[in-house]
Design a binder for this molecule. Sequence first.
Ligand SMILES: Nc1nc2c(c(=O)[nH]1)N[C@H]1C(S)=C(S)[C@@H](COP(=O)(O)O)O[C@H]1N2
Ligand SMILES: [Mo]
Length: 355
Amino acid sequence: MSDLESFGDLNVLSEDPLCAGLFLPNLDVPICSNEGHFIRSHFAAPQIKPSDWSLPVTGDVNDSLNLSYDDLLMMPSREIVSLMECAGNSRSTMQPPAEGVQWDNGAVSVSRWKGVSVKAILEQAGLKASATDVLFEGTDSGKDAHSGNQLTYAMSVPLEKLLNEDTLLAYEMNGETLPKDHGFPIRLLVPGWYGMASVKWLDKITVMDHPNCGFHEMDYRIYPATDGKSDAQVERVTSLKVKSLISTPAKGSVLAPGSYTIKGVAWSGDGTITKVEVSTDDNRSWREAKLEEPNGNYSWQHFEIDWEAKNLGHSLIRCRATDSAGNVQPMLATWNFRGYRCNSIHSVPITVRKA
Ligand SMILES: Nc1nc2c(c(=O)[nH]1)N[C@H]1C(S)=C(S)[C@@H](COP(=O)(O)O)O[C@H]1N2
Ligand SMILES: [Mo]
């Protein structure tokens, strides 16, 4: 059981399993603290002693490995600043409602991760020509709420993504040993993809000659609405969609007329952010915000813009990001059965009222 006392910086949506998101003003940092990183666990966090733990690497390899915690710590390391976003983030804004943890917008964070490139481990084991995908299994397990079946958290990732040196077996988060709720002793970190692929509490690695199609690979898919008209295909949830969030002002703020700075963050899995626009007049006009330079390939970029609040009454503040591949956030993301990849334009209702 986690000690909820230590999650004061987070908005706890579920205690068992633990699901906790950020309060949006806490997006105004280059890198989150470990206590301030969102948590999304499907089952109870396992308690693992590194001395009793090892990581077998088997399957379509020339030499199977069995790595100890110390083996990993002694290998050449790599550090990556990477954003992680849960595929279900912002689900509660989907229309009509979609089933799952009702995240508002807080299931997103940035950390500095340190670990060993998965590529180095696969090279050490030696991939057979037949290898196409790698299955990462966690130590955590429990019952699926619908079927009652016993499941272990597991996810396969195509080799192409793993041969990028930035995909890590991580053992440190922001200069500290990986915390229990974030996957101690070792987790996978797949930068640029939604969080479901970054398997925590790694138990074993199996190189395969096809993608695994277990519960979690099948669950993290876009099942479009079946209205007979849609020709949308079922596809896997992988790369992060272009998205932005307003951190300040907070939803529901009551402001006196005057000068304010609207702030927020933007990110994309398909490149860097090239533009963030802000509308304060219910989508009639948009102004370009001042945008921070990218911090590496996988972090968020902060933006801000000055705003003179003079019209009394209610208004919606919105932000809209564009990435270097030309993707722009939609007003409303396309609905899908599980409510994944929701990157609808963030709208923050506020009131301007004389003090
Ligand atoms: N073993 C295991 N790995 C897991 C999960 C899990 O429940 N068990 N949740 C996944 C999901 S859906 C997300 S969004 C991220 C969340 O990582 P965090 O809790 O460190 O933020 O972990 C992923 N890895
Ligand atoms: Mo997630």
